[in-house]
Design a binder for this molecule. Sequence first.
Ligand SMILES: [Zn+2]
Ligand SMILES: [Zn+2]
Length: 447
Amino acid sequence: MAEAAHENRCPLSAVDRRLADVHRQWHEAERGYFDPESFRVSIQTAIQTLRTVTFIVQSNKRLFTNFDPWYESWQNRLRADSLMRWMVDARNKIEKQGDLEAHSFVRAEVMASYYEEGPRMEVPAELFQSPVELISSIPTEALRKHVFKDGILRIQRRWVENSLPEYELLDAVGIAYGKVAQLVADAHRQLGLEPPSTMVGDIDRTEGEESRGGRLPCMIGHDDARSHHVWLATGQPIEIERKAVEFDRKGAEQAAGKYGLNPKEMFPSTDPAPEATLNGLFDAARKMFSVDGHHDTIAFLLKGARPVNLMQLAPQEHGEKYLLMRMLANEVIKYGADGVILLSEVWCAPYDSNNPYRRAVDAPERTEYLTAVLVTQTGVPVELRALIAREDGSVALGETETFLDEAQIAFAPIYAAWGRAIPKAWIEVVTIGAGDAASGEDPTTSV
Ligand SMILES: [Zn+2]
Ligand SMILES: [Zn+2]
């Protein structure tokens, strides 16, 4: 049921509307992010309104057959949550004492890998001058060289409240919104009602609700829009084309069309294993490659064996891929995907200990492969790989080989999104060097 229709008919419509108000106020705070006055007003209003949602649930007590034990279990759950306790205190402070003590900071960090390990600094916005200090803190010459070739500097404005230093404030309110939204959805279920669905345009995004912690898709990765990315090699800003990253139906249809797939019923497969989808896609990719002589980098998001969406990635420079994989991880959360397949061409080269950060594409003895990598929330990574042989303008593919449980370090942000520990072997690959001949860590677009 669409939101408006739901609100008209639902006995909990007063609750639904109030929750929708919080969503609206959250966006007002987002829009006013760079205007301290308007941010202060709207974020505080959102915190106050959020608190009233549960009051309205309570005032509808008579609709429930067994309200007290149900509500008590939710109260216990929310009280056990330190962020939710902070929200209650913050609302009391706003209403009885005055404003929150929110401060604006600039966070600058270097992204030169798939791990959250780059040097980072956070300074009050008025003190931020330039990230020179940050870059001079990079420990070794080899790493500094790598950072200056492939690294990206991310500069981000952040509002942080004195008593909640771990969170960016807008994000904290988004997380809290999610928890209250889960309570509201559960209240619907208690009454035998359908919870309100999450529509984004004409696409039903209800399915990813659990992985988003009850948040709306717009509340995931919202900080990307406020971040500036600079490629350190040139000092030029990187404009990641949001369109290319944001899955929309049109983009999905275009990309699917290339494969002769119907995005609405992609793979009504009888085989429930995502490996079957991997095999099917790689077969299609081999055929397309033989015709075109190249293959775009395409990511498929899966729910079980079923692709729920796909997107074309076009990293221009290596460092951009660090960003794209982080953005892909946000899409995984938005969709509640439990698997990802990445189809691409990659360069592989033997590891050279004299040149630990060298990329395979820059190695003299490099080889080129068509690959498809499957990572899932619980299984080990599966990679299919076929050698590309180019000769005098013609191109041929070798046999498909299968590799299990390789160090797929580019997928680290996605593992992190699933709350999966990064396997030790992946971290060792990076510490020892940029990857051995078999790691295939370096997908690039075709040459
Ligand atoms: Zn409702
Ligand atoms: Zn929204």
